[in-house]
Every structure is written in C-alpha cells, then in structure tokens.
Write a protein that binds this ligand. Structure first.
Ligand code: DOR
Ligand code: ZN
Length: 344
C-alpha cells in the first residue's frame, strides 16, 4: 500500500479569501499548501476593476506569512456594465488572470452579476480576441427551478450558447457538480476546462441530510446525487488536462452557517490537499493527483509550474472542529470526521 504521495507545489484555481480580519485568518491555510490561488472577486462591493484588484491583492499579501512562497492570482467580477476597456486592461495585467461570471442571484454576493447573456456579448467578443479567461458559475437563476437541476439546465442553455457563439473563448466551468457539466467539458475544445471541489468528489446530496441537517455541507452549486459524484471522480482521475483543482473554499462565520437561513459555502482550505488525496485514493488514483493539483491548471492559464514539492503521508488525523475567523469562528467541512492523509 502506498503510504506517501509527493506533488509539485499545487495551485488552487478557485478560492474565496473574503477581506479584513476574516481574510487574515484564512490566508495562511492556503499559503501553507499552495503556490498560487485564483481569488474570487465576490466581495461587497465586488472587485470590478484592475485598480480594485491591485488594492485587494496588496491586502491579501499583507496576510501571507513571511517566508511563504504564495502569490495570489486575481479575477474581476463581470457585471452588465463591464467595459471593453476593462477587458483590455485585464489582458495587459500581469496579476489579473480572469473574469468571473456570476449570473445575478445565483449565489453569495452575486447581486451585481450578469442579468442577461446578451448584455455581455460585446465584452465576451473582446475576451475571446485577447485570450482572457472567463470563469463561469454555471447555474440558472430562476428561483422556481429545482435547485438540483440548475447546473444541468445552465449547461444545456447558456453554456451551449456561449460555446457556439464564442468557439475559441477560454472558459472554465467552475466547481462542476454534474455528469452533464463534465460531459460538456470533455466534448468541447481545449479552450474549455473545469475546476472540481473536494466536497463534490467526496460527498453527495444525502450527506447534507445524514442524521439531521448538516449546514457545513451546504454550498452552491449544491451537492448532487451519488451517480454525479461517481462521474466527477472518474473525470477528475481520468488524466484529462481539462480538469483541475479549485477548492471553492468559501468561509462563512459559524453563526451565519448554523442559522435558520444558512449561508452557502464549505470551508476546506485547512485540509484541502488531504481531502483531495482521500478522494483520489478512494479509487486507487493517487498517481493522478500531481497533474490535477499542480500541472493542468497552470498549463490552462499559461503559467509556469511552481517551484518546490510537498509530501502527504497516510496518517489518520482529525482537524479541529472550529478555527478562528476574524473575531468569530469558522466550522470546516471536516467537522466531526477524520482524514486519512496528512501534509508533512
Ligand atoms: O457555496 C458557495 N459559496 N458558492 C458560491 O458560488 C459562492 C460561495 C461564497 O462566496 O460563499
Ligand atoms: Zn466560489
């Protein structure tokens, strides 16, 4: 039995850091494991310009522990009002690497998102021409649509439409949760990729309701049925360069998760690689983890691979049930359970 696994220093291509004191609490977890992370722009107010991203990046860097070789990669929040000039500024920037498309109302802090696809056609045209990456939260927003169907319907509608009308646009379908999304990416050209979170590889929708309601399993897109989890696990471990690591670690204070209307988001950055190692190990595919975590994402974004290596050891351990989060606390996805892999 394999007892260690060594990886190139990995990248997290989808992450929420928040801001202020809360951010200062979570940045060190990511900096300990990853060389870079693509930081989501859904702050209040959202990060909509290269100038705002420069300020946010400086604030993040002040939270990175000394001697940690961690570099934040920034993404801008796409709105109905995003200008073609801003797209050109992103193309010229060496620290903004993508736009994030939130359909308005799809998830946390998406109120300023895109209200209709036709409104962003002029900027998509320029992104396609200049090679700027579009990261997509792929869910329809009609509140009457069953929450478990929202991703598949987005794939069938908006995503097919974007792919047809912008055939060489570089896009990343973020945090895919369904077989439909995985099949769409496989069937597309090399300009289309996807990130996969640890929770969608490890858990299914029944996990949310095991023995009672478990708010720390609630994220958007929501966990799906077991057949989808199996399809994602197969895809993530297939060796296809179109699928890479993006945790979507999305910290919320304990009292806003454990509430009558709990916030969406799973906090995983305290043990991100360990969670992925458990998932890959469950199907005997630890040999596929290095490319998924450290190579394919960097290649898609046209970045060099990070220097340095990390080793995980097979060792059972239980992460704390809570961590501090600014003046509050945060409960991780792993609450009440042990992991089988540990970062050395
Ligand atoms: O569960 C989620 N939480 N999904 C998202 O898309 C946003 C995120 C957040 O920012 O909390
Ligand atoms: Zn996210």
């Amino acid at each position: 039995m394999q007892d260690t696994v060594t990886l190139g220093r990995p990248d997290d291509f989808h992450l929420h850091f928040r801001d202020g004191a809360a951010m200062a609490s979570v940045v060190p977890f990511t900096a300990r494991q990853f060389g870079r992370a693509l930081v989501m722009p859904n702050l209040k107010p959202p990060v909509t310009t290269v100038a705002m991203a420069a300020d946010y990046r400086d604030r993040i860097l002040r939270s990175v522990p000394l001697d940690t070789p961690f570099s934040p990669l920034m993404a801008l929040y796409l709105t109905d009002g995003t200008t073609v000039e801003e797209v050109a500024r992103v193309a010229d920037s060496d620290f903004v690497h993508a736009f994030k498309y939130y359909p308005a109302g799809a998830t946390t802090n998406s109120e300023s998102g895109v209200t209709s696809l036709s409104k962003i056609y002029p900027v998509l045209e320029v992104m396609q021409r200049l090679g700027v990456v579009l990261c997509i939260h792929g869910e329809v927003t009609d509140p009457t649509t069953d929450v478990f169907d929202r991703e598949a319907l987005f794939v069938e509608g908006s995503l097919q439409q974007i792919a047809r009308d912008f055939p060489v646009l570089k896009m990343v379908v973020e945090h895919i949760t369904t077989k439909e999304a995985a099949d769409f990416v496989v069937a597309s050209g090399a300009n289309v990729a996807a990130t996969i979170t640890p929770q969608h590889l490890l858990y299914n929708r029944t996990s949310i309701f095991t023995g009672g309601i478990r708010p720390h399993f609630y994220c958007l897109p929501i966990l799906k049925r077991e057949t989808h989890r199996q399809a994602l696990l197969k895809t993530a471990t297939s060796g296809s360069a179109k699928f890479f690591l993006g945790t979507d670690s999305a910290p919320h204070a304990k009292n806003s998760k454990e509430a009558c209307c709990g916030a969406a988001g799973c906090f995983t950055s305290h043990a991100a690689l360990e969670l992925y190692a458990d998932a890959f190990d469950s199907v005997g595919a630890l040999d596929k983890l290095d490319d998924f975590a450290s190579r394919f994402g960097a290649e898609f974004y046209g970045l060099p691979r990070n220097a340095g290596r990390l080793t995980l050891k097979r060792e059972s351990w239980t992460p704390p049930d809570e961590y501090s989060f600014g003046g509050e606390t945060i409960v991780p996805l792993t609450v009440g359970r042990s992991l089988s892999w540990k970062l050395l």
